[in-house]
Every structure is written in C-alpha cells, then in structure tokens.
Design a protein around this ligand. Structure first.
Ligand code: BGC
Length: 373
C-alpha cells in the first residue's frame, strides 16, 4: 500500500486561530504555512474543535508555551477531522476516515518510552494547542499515525467529545486499577463535582456502569447540564440551593468522587466527603495560587482509618481514546441524542475567533466549526 495522494493545491498558507502565550486576551487569526506531510504522516482536514477550561486558562495567560522559534501558539486540542491524504508509510488510517488526534507528544522519559506520555515523569512533553506545539484550530494539520484514532462516521456529530471523554476514561480506569487493592470493587455511589463537559461525561460513563451518581454544580436547575444529568438517571444538585455537605449526608458510603470543577477549594470538600475505601480523582487544571485552611487532622485521620486514596489524573492514553470512541457509541445507543446536548454553543471558525474565551458562560461546551468544502 502506498498511501493516498496528497491533493493538489495544498501549498501556500492557511489561517489559524492563535494566541501569544503570556499575553492575556490575545486571540487572533494568524497565517501559517500549509502543512507538508512526511511519509509517516496523514493530512487531516479539521471539521470542528472543542473549547475547554484549559483553553480559557491559555487565553488568560495562566499557562501555555509556543512552539520553539514562534511567538504564537495555535489553539485547539479537542479535534475531529477527516483524513485527506496519507504518506506512503501510513497504514492505520486512510483518506475519508474521521479521526481524532491525541494531545500529548512524548519526551524521552521512561514512561514516555513505554508508550505512556500521559504519565510522563520528566514533564518535558509537548501538548498540541497547549504546550510547545501548535494545536488544531487550523484548516489542515499533519500528524503521525500513532497519534490519530479513527472514529466511525455515525459519531460525526459527537466525535469532537472523544478527547474530553478520554480524560474521564483514564480517570476511571486508574480508579479501577487502584481499587485492585480490594478483593471486590463494585462502586455503587459516586459524587461528581462539576457539571461542565468533564463532569457530565463522567456522569454518563458511570451511569453506563450502573453506578448511582450525584452530580453537583453551582447553577440551580433547570439548566442544560442538569437536563443531561437527569436524562441519564443521575441526580443533580445546585450547591447554591443545598450545601455540598447536606447533599453528601443523604448518600451512603461515597465510593468514588470525580473533582472536575476547576475550583481547587473543592479538593478539601472532596477529601472530607470521600467514603471508606474510596477514591477521589482530581481532574481540574487550576492555574491560580489560592490558599485555604483545611481540617488536616480530621482528613488525615479519616484517610488512614478509611483506607482512602486521592489521585491526580491528567491527559489520557491511547487506550482511553479508543475506549472513549466505544463508549460514545454506547451513550448514543442507550440515550439517543443526549450526548449532543453537551454541545451548547457553536462558533464559525476564524470569523468568530474572538468569542472563543467567553462563549461558554451560559452553556456547557463550545465547539468551533471549520467549513468543509
Ligand atoms: C487536556 C489534556 C492536557 C491538560 C493539561 C486538558 O485540557 O484535555 O490533554 O493534558 O489539559 O495541559
């Protein structure tokens, strides 16, 4: 097999949506060289790109770095696109395939060398659209085969959620691995802190396993996130109406907590509310410097007597992307059309670039649509 030909007219330049890392509010449309694929790369035409809390932190200049030699960083790490052409060495994807791309590229550390860049020890990795490598808010990008994951055509509408779902897949996979310390681990009660995309996808994934899930967020119901929570059989609570401790007091032993609010103060609540033998998974990337008093004696005592675990989880492995594709299809079968309700805002790529930072204030997930001819 020799790959599919690179279409004519791919030379020249193309637009991209970028920031100047370190400079708050610097979203702008830039011009980039159109990518030229190497033999082991595919050219992907971008369909849509999701915007997340990390993008907002990038725009607020709380994190991020441009690629070496550039002042700009092209945004976007949650991509769905279609393969347009492949280099002659590419085997796993072909022209016409829908694909998502992973985010992190390995450095040379032992974890990266064994195919686990999400567990990088050295932390000298790059992340497309975040740290040292351009992202996917462009017309086309090139990527090496191992970092592209095929998505069935039936998931065209929701496939852009595979990347955030992969983050939750890893979190729950790791909780399961940790709980291999128990002779029986069948979580029955989970608390999800936050009803943004990560909290909601976590809620869906846990409901698929039959776990009783309570998802808490600030906004009172009705709202789009509460609707998703309730439609999959979980319970939604607003902490503006009922304090978190009161919600937790109505629950049996909390086996699993996913913290996905983006507010580090909630970590202390999570540590306090976690049940015996439970796992608290921290998923929020918090760029601030906040400091708060916590009841350390009580937390320590309860962690010791209750054999509790707190674990951080970032990024995702290739297996988590593959599991995300499978589970998105299962979500569609179990709750047809529900997952697409997570996408509440759509922006026209390039034309509405300046709105990327503030578009989710009254919704859940914003996606940027890139015109496909
Ligand atoms: C992305 C991860 C990434 C993390 C930290 C998240 O928004 O989904 O892939 O590792 O940010 O940069």
């Amino acid at each position: 097999m020799s790959g599919s030909p690179i279409p004519a007219g791919t030379a020249g330049t193309m637009p991209g949506i970028a920031i100047y890392p370190g400079q708050p509010g610097s979203v702008h449309v830039t011009e980039l060289p159109r990518p030229q694929p190497r033999p082991n790369e595919a050219v992907v035409r971008v369909r849509r790109v999701g915007v997340c809390g990390t993008d907002r932190e990038l725009i607020e200049a709380k994190l991020g770095a441009p690629p070496p030699g550039s002042r700009e960083l092209v945004l976007g790490h949650e991509v769905l696109g279609m393969v347009e052409a492949t280099g002659r060495e590419v085997r796993a994807v072909k022209a016409g395939d829908l694909v998502v791309a992973t985010v992190r590229r390995p450095d040379g550390c032992p974890a990266c060398r064994t195919g686990q860049p999400d567990m990088c020890i050295q932390r000298a990795y790059t992340e497309r659209g975040i740290l040292g490598a351009h992202g996917y808010m462009v017309e086309q990008f090139t990527e090496r085969e191992p970092f592209l994951v095929p998505v069935p055509a039936s998931l065209e509408g929701v496939g852009v959620l595979v990347e955030p779902l992969s983050v939750v897949e890893k979190a729950i996979r790791h909780a399961d691995l940790i709980q291999a310390r128990l002779r029986s681990w069948a979580p029955t009660t989970a608390l999800v802190l936050g009803a943004g995309p990560i909290g909601l996808l976590g809620t869906l994934l846990l409901r698929l396993r039959g776990v009783e899930v309570v998802t808490v967020a600030r906004r009172p119901a009705p709202n789009p996130a509460a609707a998703v929570v309730e439609a999959c059989g979980a319970r939604y609570h607003s902490v503006r109406e009922t304090p978190l401790a009161d919600v937790a007091a109505t629950l049996p032993n909390i086996d699993l907590i996913l913290e996905a609010t983006g507010v580090s103060a909630l970590v202390a609540d999570g540590m306090t509310l976690l049940g015996n033998n439970g796992v608290l998974v921290l998923l929020s990337v918090t760029g601030g410097e906040s400091v708060a008093p916590v009841p350390l004696d009580a937390i320590n005592r309860e962690f010791v007597f209750g054999n509790k675990v707190m674990v951080g989880s970032v990024n995702a492995g290739l297996e988590d992307f593959a599991a995300g594709v499978e589970h998105l299809a299962e979500f569609e079968r179990r709750w047809p059309g529900l997952t697409s309700q997570v996408i509440t805002h759509r922006l026209r790529g390039f034309d509405e670039a300046e709105r990327i930072a503030d578009a989710t204030d009254d919704g859940i997930k914003t996606v940027v649509e890139f015109a496909v001819d």
